[in-house]
Design a protein around this ligand. Structure first.
Ligand SMILES: *Cc1c(COP(=O)(O)O)cnc(C)c1O
Length: 384
């Protein structure tokens, strides 16, 4: 046996004993408010399908049309022979929706983050990043070899000190717009002002804001921010219900990504049928005021009920609603107890987050009854 196998088994055992072993649960139904998981029906409070579009009939029909029109595989990377008319249309429609002159589509958000950061900065440059940024942004900075300057969560004063003392050639501020494990929104207006003062660019990962905030156009629209210095990432696997990602920015920047971003260049283009479904998704997002209203109603009901029972919420006005708990085992025990009662809520533990928590995610697909049922069950479990 290779020596490594014994080491890996020991490391897995160690994680298991610490309550940190990860395993996948298997869905036998499409994504939605009610799913069948490992044979059990569960009300799902741990997807990012905020608008309930992942299995929406209009998206299914568009994907089917797309498959009939374009086939399934793209057959090549965008720069070789995998860039289709429908990719182009999707990019233009996205750029128009978010009010930017150009956009570029990617196979995943993870790849888009690697692409943008590594194409814009290298050894002589510096990236300024919030400590709670998504793992894909951290990986992107490491891959870029730029100097990695991290500031405490949302600490604009520390960001300013780091920018002021930096002698780097290029400066890139990188931040989640909505923090994926906390649900709070970054102080982007202050950060944009700093980007202007220190001639930096501001890259905003809006994985959780696009489709949800700013009438669907995302966090920057919600905050009324616009500037050529802004680069905006929307991932499409969350509210958009698809998979993939879009980066919107000035045309010179998009042209540079096409020419220099290795994670864009050296991967097969996403299937064109997804771009066709994407066009349908953008229409549903544009017309989605009712869905966003439902989502806000669920969040308000949940926060009211949890405050009433003394649960430790975070300051989040988004569909991501964490409840902090004492330790890993308590998080797991609560998640297990919820599952026994028919509710699926993720226990999120280190190293994904600094402190263990339940992470409740709301969707417009939930009914008021499903949300009320979750609240009553959580109140009972947290009191016990
Ligand atoms: C989900 C997520 C990503 C990755 O996007 P994928 O399309 O799933 O690869 C990047 N950043 C943040 C903040 C995310 O939540």
């Amino acid at each position: 046996m290779p020596a490594m196998f014994a080491e890996l088994s020991a490391a897995l055992r160690q994680r298991d004993e610490a309550g940190l072993l990860r395993r996948r649960r298997e869905l036998a139904t499409p994504q939605g408010a009610l799913v069948e998981v490992d044979g059990q029906p569960l009300v799902n409070f741990c997807s990012n399908d905020y608008l309930g579009l992942a299995a929406h009939p209009a998206l299914i029909a568009a994907a089917q049309d797309g498959a009939a029109r374009w086939g399934v595989g793209s057959g090549a990377s965008h720069l070789v022979s995998g860039h289709f008319t429908v990719h182009e249309q999707f990019e233009q429609a996205f750029a128009a929706l978010v009010g930017r002159p150009a956009a570029l589509s990617f196979a995943t958000g993870y790849l888009a983050n690697l692409a943008v950061v590594t194409a814009l900065v290298g050894r002589d440059d510096a990236v300024f990043a919030d400590k709670l940024n998504h793992a894909s942004l951290n990986d992107a900075v490491l891959l870029s070899r730029a100097e990695f300057k991290r500031f405490a969560h949302n600490d604009v004063a520390q960001l300013e000190r780091l920018l002021a003392e930096s002698t780097a050639r290029r400066k890139l501020i990188v931040v989640d717009a909505v923090f994926s494990m906390d649900g709070d929104i970054a102080p982007l207006a202050d950060m944009l002002a700093l980007a202007e003062r220190y001639d930096a660019l501001l890259y905003v990962d809006d994985a959780h804001g696009f489709g949800v905030l700013g009438d669907g156009r995302g966090t920057l629209a919600e905050l009324g921010l616009a500037s050529p210095r802004l680069i905006q990432l929307a991932t499409l696997g969350k509210a958009a219900g698809l998979g993939g990602a879009m980066v919107a920015a000035e045309p010179v920047l998009i042209d540079w990504l096409v020419n220099a971003a290795r994670p864009y260049i050296y991967t097969t283009a996403a299937p064109p049928l997804l771009a066709q479904a994407g066009l349908a998704s953008l229409r549903l997002i544009t017309e989605g005021a009712g869905l966003r209203g439902t989502l806000r109603r669920h969040v308000a009901a949940f926060r009211g009920a949890m405050q009433a029972c003394g649960a430790q919420l975070l300051d989040s006005a988004t569909p991501i609603q964490p409840i902090l708990v004492q330790d890993n085992q308590h998080a797991l025990a609560l998640s297990d107890a919820l599952r026994e009662r028919g509710y699926w809520v993720a226990a999120i533990r280190p190293p994904t987050v600094p402190t263990p928590r339940l992470r409740v995610c709301f969707s417009a697909a939930h009914s008021d009854e499903q949300v009320a049922g979750l609240c009553a069950t959580l109140q009972e479990l947290l009191r016990a």
